[in-house]
Ligand binder design. Structure first.
Ligand code: SER
Length: 356
């Protein structure tokens, strides 16, 4: 049976020895679900989950241990590093953009404070055990801040070094954490004579577009209109989109988001020309999504009732991002374009679930 604990450790690592572990924070979130399923399907038995809440039983069974602890709590998280030889971390815990904008100080505490806690502990234990710990970090298109809609529409597909001036607390948090992760990888304690050529952490980040899953819905994001629209239609419920029909941001499917993270994790560090990569797949408008959804679920009651405040966040995000660096450096290529996303993944998976 997997081990579900708060931060109480029942056995003594000094006598049991430390087994290696892959730590996943925010394990109960949307990406956590997809990632844990993919890693455990691939035979990984070293998954240690961390989340603020108890994991659901299905996910828990796929992990060797699951800890209920706040990612900001150093005293609560440190025993995990004492007990396990953590070799790799997927640091997913964060508040998404809409939630973050409602409570920016809390978002900063969780998104930045939680990341600092994980990086600090990883650096400490990495140095203590002479091991470089790989940290994978989901960043976001929210790190981009286009000054106005005209600029956005003219800009086309944005590269990593363009317009990286976020206009949300979530974007600021992620942008800053990208830099701190790079610092721990390349410049950590640069005045110390004891430091080696490399930092204690090998930090790698993906700037994700919106993500669409056939199985889960996100909460508190500003790209949620597409998943909410799809899942409402599948349940036969009406849905009014909080963005207008002509809103266009990039998206990818959850299997592609997970594959991107695993692809970047597996990439030879010598081939990486940067630590933060754009990844994307398709970018139709909200209206085009509604059309596709109506094709699959005839009679779906989908309308548009834009919420100006929420839509103003999305107006600062790019209509497209350029993921050439990821394609070139570590062979990134999405499995699902728009047609495949609907025809091979979303609709069959939703129908299979409904039939089951
Ligand atoms: N999906 C995220 C959000 O909407 C953006 O990365 O907050």
């Amino acid at each position: 049976m997997p081990d579900t604990e708060t931060n109480q450790f029942t056995d003594d690592p000094a006598t049991t020895g430390r087994c290696t572990a892959t730590l996943i924070t925010g394990a109960g979130g949307e990406i956590g679900h997809g990632l844990i399923e993919a890693l455990s399907d691939a035979g990984r038995t070293d998954l240690v989950a961390l989340d603020l809440r108890e994991l659901d039983a299905g996910l828990c069974r796929r992990c060797c241990a699951s800890h209920v602890v706040d990612v900001r709590d150093e005293a609560g998280v440190e025993p995990i590093f004492e007990r396990y030889e953590v070799t790799e971390i997927y640091h997913l815990a964060a508040l998404l953009s809409t939630t973050a904008e409602k409570d920016p100080e809390l978002a900063h505490a969780v998104n930045v404070g939680g990341t600092m806690n994980i990086l600090t502990l990883a650096a400490r234990y990495g140095l203590q055990h002479n091991r470089r710990i790989r940290v994978l970090f989901p960043s976001t298109i929210a790190v981009y801040g286009l000054p106005d809609v005209e600029t956005r529409d003219r800009a086309g597909a944005i590269r990593e070094d363009q317009y990286a001036e976020p206009a949300t607390m979530y974007g600021c948090n992620k942008r800053y954490c990208e830099d701190v992760g790079r610092y721990y990888s390349e410049h950590y304690r640069r005045l110390s004579s004891a430091r080696g050529d490399l930092g204690p952490i090998d930090f790698r980040a993906l700037r994700y577009p919106g993500i669409i899953s056939a199985h889960t819905t996100p909460s508190g994001g500003t790209s949620d209109y597409f998943p909410e629209m799809l899942h409402a239609a599948a349940r036969g419920e009406p849905y009014a989109s909080f963005v207008a029909e002509d809103v266009r941001i990039p998206f990818m499917t959850m299997p592609d988001a997970v594959a991107a993270m695993l692809g970047l994790a597996a990439a030879d560090e010598a081939r990486l020309t940067r630590r933060v990569y754009n990844v994307t797949s398709f970018n139709p408008t909200a209206g085009e999504y509604a059309g596709r959804i109506r094709d699959a679920f005839p009679g779906a009651d989908l309308t548009f009732a834009p919420d100006a405040a929420r839509a103003s966040i999305i107006d600062t995000w790019p209509a497209d991002i350029d993921d050439l660096s990821a394609r070139r450096d570590w062979g990134w290529a999405p499995q699902h374009d728009l047609d495949a996303a609907f025809d091979d993944y979303l609709i069959p998976a939703i129908r299979a679930r409904a039939g089951a």
